[in-house]
Design a protein around this ligand. Structure first.
Ligand code: HEC
Ligand code: HEC
Length: 581
C-alpha cells in the first residue's frame, strides 16, 4: 500500500559514514579545505538545513515564556512525547508557554512522523471502513489536519500548507531541491510556535529571535540568501518575514527526516541486522559470529528459519512470542496466514506499513498503516479541556463524518523513558498510563463490564478506577468503534499480554537526539568559537569560494580561514545523525 522511502538509504550500510567526531584528537584544524564535488556541496547545504531545524526544534527561547520549545512536548528521552512524568500521569496535555492555556491531546511521538504521506483518499476495505464511505490515509496530527498538500474542498480545519512560496527569489538548484521536504511534517511544524496554547510567539518575533541567535549563520548557509525579517510584501501577499518563518519551519521538517529523529536503532533493528550480517556484507558493521552460529543451530531444528526473519536469535522466547501474537491477524478478508495455536492479537492489521504482507522483519518498518480507526478509547476526564467532552478526531477538522477516528500512531519508542518510574500516557487523550493496561484493553474492552453499568453515576472514570473495578468505560464514540474480533475480545492469556508488552519494548531506539552545543548554557570550546566568530565575521561564502558553502573559522592564533559546513557540524558534535536520512 505504501512505500515511503524508495531506497533503503544508508541504513543497510550501517554505522556512521563519517570519521570520528573528536576533532581535537583527529587534528582536523590542519585539514585543507580543498575542492569538493557538487554532490558534497548538496550534502553540505542539506546538513546546514537540518542543523538549523535542529536548533529551532531545541530552542526554548522561541516561546513567550522563554522556556518552551518543540523539545518540551517531544522530548528525545521519552521517545518524542511529553517530557514530564507527572503531567503524563494527570492532565496529559501540556500547559502552554502562557500558563493559562492548555491543549487537549497527548503529544504523539514526532519520531517516524516524517514517514507519513500527505492526506489523500486510499482504499482499505475491512470492518473499520464501511463500503461507500470515502476513506483517507496520511497527514500529521492525530486527526491528519497537517495535510502535507494544498487544502482541498471540505477540509475546513486543515492546517496551513508550506509550498513552493519558500523558493521565492531562490535560484540555487540545491536549495530548490528542498522541495522533497514539502509534506505533512513540514506543514505540521508551522503550527506550534505561533499557537497561543503552545509556544505562543508570533512569526515576526520568531524571525527576530533566530536572527539574533548564535545559530543564525546556519540560515544563510542553508537557504543561500540572507535572513530577512522585514514587513514588506515579498510574494503573493506574504511578507518577507512570513517566507523566512516558513523556511525556518521547513528546516524543522527537514530535521525531522534525519536519522537523529528516526534512528532505527532499537533492539529489534539491531537483532535483524546482526542476522543479515551473516549473509550480506552490507551489514558487516553488525557482524557477530555467535549470532551466525546460533542461527545455524536453530536452522537444524527449524528448517523454515531464515536469516533476519523471526524468530530472532537475539530475542528472548517471550519477545518472539509477542511478535507472533502481534502479527497474528486472522480476518476473513485478509490474505495473511495466521498461526492457529495462539490467539490473533490483530495488531499488525493497523500497526504495519503493509498490513497484508509485512511479517515484521522489514528494515524500515514504522508500525502504522497511516489510516484512521476508532479503537474505542474512553474519554479521559483528567484532560482539562476535554473532561467528558467528545474529541471528534478526524471529523472535527475534515468534513468527513468519522467521529472517534484517529490516525494509527507509530509504536516505535512506545516504551522509551528516562527511567522505569517515569510514566507515559497512551492514545490521543492519554487515558492509558501503562503498556500492560492498553494491551489489556485491546484484549478485553468489549468483554468486561461497562464501568458505567457497575459503578455509581458520579464516579470519575479514570484508568486507575477502571483497573481497580475490573471494568472499562464506554468508548468516547461507541457507534463507530472497531468490531470485537478486531479490538476488544481477543482471548489472550495474561502471559500473552505480557509477551506483547515485551515485544513492544524491543522497539525503543538506543539513540536519542542531544541538545545542540550552541544552545547549551555552557557550550563546548569549539562551539564557543562559533559564537564569538558570529560577532566579527561575515560568512565567507559564495563570493570567495563558489565551489562549496563555507563558514569563516578563526584559528586559535588569529589566522582566519573557511571551513565546510560538514566540518563545522563535526566540530559541533553533530555529524552523522543529523546528516543522514
Ligand atoms: C505544548 C506542547 C507542544 C509543543 C510545544 C509542540 N508540540 Fe508537537 N504536538 C503536540 C500535540 C498535543 C500534538 C497532537 C495535536 C493534535 O493532534 O491535535 C502534536 C503533534 C505533533 C506532530 C504530529 C505527529 C504525528 O504523528 O502526526 C509532530 C511531528 C510535532 N507535533 C512536532 C512538533 C514540532 C516540530 C514542534 C515545534 C515547532 C512542536 N511539535 C511543538 C504538542 C506540542
Ligand atoms: C483497528 C486498528 C488497530 C488495531 C487492530 C490495533 N491498534 Fe493500536 N492504535 C490504533 C489507533 C487508531 C490508535 C490511536 C487511538 C486513539 O488515540 O484513540 C492506537 C494506539 C495504540 C497505542 C498508543 C500509541 C500512542 O502513541 O499513544 C499502542 C501502544 C497500541 N495502539 C498498540 C497496539 C497493540 C499492541 C495492538 C494489538 C493488541 C493494537 N495496537 C491493535 C489502531 C489499532
Amino acid at each position: 500500500m505504501y512505500r515511503r522511502y524508495s531506497v533503503v538509504s544508508s541504513l543497510g550500510e550501517g554505522g556512521p559514514r563519517r570519521p570520528s567526531r573528536n576533532w581535537i584528537v583527529a587534528g582536523v584544524l590542519s585539514l585543507a579545505f580543498g575542492a569538493q564535488t557538487a554532490a558534497v556541496q548538496a550534502d553540505d547545504r542539506d546538513i546546514a538545513l537540518k542543523l538549523l531545524g535542529k536548533h529551532v526544534f531545541f530552542d526554548t527561547s522561541l516561546s513567550s515564556s522563554g522556556e518552551m520549545g518543540c523539545v518540551t512536548c517531544h522530548t528525545p528521552e521519552t521517545g518524542g512525547t511529553g517530557g514530564d512524568s507527572n503531567v503524563n500521569l494527570t492532565q496529559v496535555a501540556i500547559t502552554g508557554a502562557d500558563p493559562a492555556t492548555v491543549g487537549r491531546r497527548k503529544p504523539p511521538s514526532n519520531t517516524y512522523a516524517s514517514f507519513v504521506e500527505p492526506f489523500l483518499p486510499c482504499d482499505l476495505g475491512g470492518p473499520n471502513n464501511p463500503p461507500g464511505v470515502e476513506q483517507y490515509c496520511g497527514g500529521n496530527f492525530w486527526d491528519g489536519r497537517a495535510l502535507g498538500r494544498p487544502n482541498i474542498e471540505g477540509f475546513p480545519g486543515a492546517a496551513p500548507h508550506i509550498g513552493e512560496e519558500v523558493f521565492h527569489d531562490i535560484e540555487n538548484p540545491v536549495v530548490l531541491g528542498y522541495a522533497k521536504y514539502i509534506g505533512a511534517t513540514t506543514d505540521q511544524a508551522i503550527n506550534p510556535i505561533p499557537n497561543t496554547v503552545e509556544q505562543n510567539m508570533p512569526r515576526d518575533q520568531v524571525c527576530l529571535t533566530v536572527q539574533s541567535s548564535d545559530y543564525a549563520w546556519l540560515y544563510e548557509l542553508a537557504w543561500d540568501t540572507p535572513l530577512n525579517c522585514s514587513n514588506v510584501i515579498a510574494y503573493n501577499g506574504e511578507r518577507h518575514l512570513d517566507i523566512t518563518f516558513k523556511r525556518l519551519m521547513m528546516s524543522v521538517g527537514a530535521y525531522q527526516h534525519s536519522k537523529d529523529i528516526n534512528s532505527f536503532t532499537s533492539k529489534r533493528d539491531l537483532a535483524i541486522r546482526a542476522e543479515l550480517a551473516c549473509i550480506d556484507s552490507d551489514f558487516r558493521d553488525y557482524w557477530n559470529p555467535s549470532v551466525c552460529t546460533d542461527v545455524q543451530t536453530l536452522q537444524a531444528s527449524n528448517p523454515d528459519k531464515e536469516y533476519g526473519k523471526f524468530p530472532l536469535v537475539l530475542f528472548t522466547d517471550q519477545e518472539n512470542l509477542g511478535h507472533d501474537l502481534f502479527y497474528n491477524v486472522d480476518l476473513p478478508f485478509s490474505p495473511r496466514e495466521s498461526r492457529d495455536d495462539i490467539p490473533a492479537a490483530q495488531c499488525a492489521f493497523c500497526h504495519s506499513d503493509n498490513p497484508d504482507t509485512d511479517d515484521g522483519s522489514e528494515l524500515l518498518q514504522t508500525y502504522m498503516d497511516q489510516a484512521y480507526h476508532n479503537i474505542g478509547t474512553p474519554p479521559n476526564p483528567e484532560v482539562p479541556l476535554n473532561g467528558g467532552i467528545l474529541d471528534g478526531g478526524m471529523s472535527e477538522t475534515t468534513a468527513i463524518h468519522r467521529p472517534g477516528f484517529f490516525r494509527t500512531p507509530t509504536i516505535r519508542n512506545i516504551d522509551k523513558r528516562p527511567n522505569r518510574q517515569f510514566v507515559k500516557a497512551y492514545t490521543h487523550n492519554g487515558f492509558f498510563k501503562s503498556m500492560k493496561s492498553i494491551v489489556h484493553f485491546y484484549n478485553t474492552s468489549q468483554v468486561k463490564d461497562r464501568c458505567e453499568d457497575v459503578l455509581p453515576a458520579e464516579t470519575v472514570l479514570t484508568e486507575a478506577v477502571a483497573l481497580a473495578n475490573d471494568c472499562w468505560p464506554r468508548a468516547d464514540v461507541p457507534a463507530t468503534q472497531s468490531p470485537p474480533f478486531l479490538v476488544g475480545a481477543l482471548g489472550m492469556t495474561d502471559a500473552q499480554e505480557d509477551a506483547i508488552v515485551a515485544y513492544l519494548q524491543t522497539l525503543t531506539d538506543l539513540h536519542s537526539a542531544d541538545e545542540p552545543e550552541l544552545l547549551k548554557p555552557q557550550p563546548s570550546a569549539s562551539a564557543s568559537m562559533f559564537m564569538d566568530m558570529r560577532l566579527y565575521e561575515t560568512i565567507c561564502d559564495l563570493a570567495e569560494a563558489e565551489e562549496e558553502p563555507v563558514i569563516p573559522f578563526r584559528f586559535p592564533r588569529g589566522r582566519s580561514s573557511c571551513m565546510s559546513i560538514d566540518d563545522a557540524a563535526r566540530r559541533l558534535d553533530e555529524d552523522e545523525w543529523v546528516s543522514e536520512e
